[in-house]
Design a protein around this ligand. Structure first.
Ligand SMILES: [Zn+2]
Length: 447
């Protein structure tokens, strides 16, 4: 057993384990030599029960508070065993007992570093380029048809052609085209012009990547529009993985009828650097029965390593494992400290972002506020100077109702997560409050 345990990447785990298990101690530990099982109970900062089973080709574990590949409790349990095996109480387990204890599986820890196959990557990029030419044709076709269209039905034959973009690894554009085709006559032209700008930007990005000898991925949002599905090692190529602590500020589940899937989106603040980012969990309609929704969370996720997607603002993140701990007032204080007071600059940045192609139609920021003000059912967020930002009242007037039920002190001197969105007609920008953090509470402002 000792030999097997020594094969685990303990050196790699040690630092993260130390940080994450501050204030916890191993209260009880047990072992079943013949079944190759270790178990233990941690107390202190959190009460956690953990079981680890070693098998010939892999190992699996179950932990009350961790998910994914890395669990500091398992790491600590193994260290304790290697140091002092006699302190583990010998017990006899049955297969059934172990199976009831071990609910999650855990594969090998090491990231497999895949050799890049440049030839096949080049083929794929060239194919996408062909796909973009098709997209341009479709765009021209739509543009010519548009003034003559009287009903949605007349555009339905175009749908089939649009689907073909999926064969060129451009499934994201399939969704964008469908959005244009399904919209009403008035927003159609605006969406179409926007799509043309997007396609031009994607093309430029693709050409630059093809021109670099090693076909390096670029730090560009255009991959999201193409519908590129990133592999972990591709992301790691772009930005080496880092460690982070993520506090969730907002969560919502959206239906994407164009791509036939549900999209769980969460907004996070990385407490280590104050950056806002988001995570997306995609659930295709077809496999809905097997896939569970990711819940909204009131826990801070400590990630030993996370990967970031390309993009500058509110970039997307992903992690393969995380350790969850309860959030506390100290975390709320850091959120407020990270929130921005330079409202003028923030709003300028938002406008610029919303004007440029491929960046999407919304942007998030965290503002430090002094109070909320209700004036004849209009809502303003105010800073301690003269600043005032008009907020929309939600789709069904929910913001006013939510604000009215909250204690006064929660609505003072905190940080507010704001989403800036371009209005349907394209000109104006509207601001929506998604959540707030006061020195004592975290509150979601959307239903
Ligand atoms: Zn754990």
């Amino acid at each position: 057993m000792k030999d097997y345990l020594a094969k685990l990447p303990l050196d790699e785990w040690r630092q993260a384990t130390k940080e994450l298990l501050k204030g916890s101690f191993l209260e009880e530990a047990w072992i079943d030599e013949s079944m190759q099982v270790l178990g233990g109970q941690f107390s202190g900062a959190s009460e956690v029960e953990v079981v680890l089973q070693l098998r010939s080709s892999d190992y699996r574990f179950s932990c009350d508070s961790c998910m994914g590949r890395f669990c500091p409790h398992v790491s600590a349990l193994v260290e304790f065993y290697l140091e002092d095996p006699d302190s583990f109480m010998p017990i006899e387990c049955s297969n059934r007992l172990i199976n009831s204890l071990v609910k999650k599986s855990w594969g090998k820890y090491e990231l497999k570093t895949r050799k890049r196959n440049l030839r096949s990557l080049k083929r794929k990029l060239e194919m996408m380029q062909d796909g973009l030419s098709l997209a341009e044709e479709l765009y021209e076709q739509l543009f010519r048809l548009l003034p003559k269209v009287n009903s949605q039905e007349e555009l339905f034959s175009l749908r089939e052609q649009v689907e073909r973009l999926g064969e060129y690894h451009l499934s994201g554009l399939v969704g964008e085209f469908k959005k244009v085709i399904s919209s009403n006559k008035y927003s159609m032209l605006r969406l179409l012009v926007r799509l043309r700008e997007d396609i031009a930007a994607i093309k430029k990005n693709l050409v630059s990547q093809l021109n670099s000898e090693s076909l390096d991925y670029l730090d560009s949002e255009s991959y999201a529009l193409m519908g590129h599905i990133w592999k972990v090692d591709e992301l790691a190529e772009l930005h080496p993985p880092e460690s982070g602590s993520f506090l969730q500020l907002a969560f919502r589940c959206e239906e994407n009828n164009y791509l036939e899937r549900l999209e769980d989106r969460a907004v996070w603040l990385n407490l280590k650097n104050g950056e806002l980012c988001h995570s997306v969990n995609l659930r295709p309609y077809k496999s809905l029965r097997h896939l569970k929704a990711e819940d909204s969370s009131d826990m801070v996720l400590e990630c030993h390593e996370y990967f970031r997607y390309p993009g500058k603002n509110n970039y997307r993140v992903r992690w393969q494992s995380a350790f969850a701990r309860k959030e506390g007032v100290e975390d709320y204080r850091s959120v407020i400290n990270y929130s921005r007071e330079d409202w003028d600059v923030v709003i300028k940045e938002a406008k610029k972002h919303l004007q440029s192609p491929i960046k999407g139609s919304a942007i998030l920021f965290l503002l430090k506020f002094e109070r909320f003000e209700l004036l004849n059912n209009e809502i303003f967020l105010r800073d301690q100077y003269e600043g005032a930002l008009k907020l929309i009242n939600g789709d069904s007037g929910e913001l006013v109702s939510i604000l009215r039920t909250l204690p006064k002190d929660v609505l003072r001197d905190g940080a507010c997560l704001i989403e800036a969105i371009r209005e349907e007609n394209g000109a104006a920008i509207i601001f929506k409050a998604l959540g707030l953090v006061s020195s004592t509470h975290k509150i979601r402002l959307t239903l």
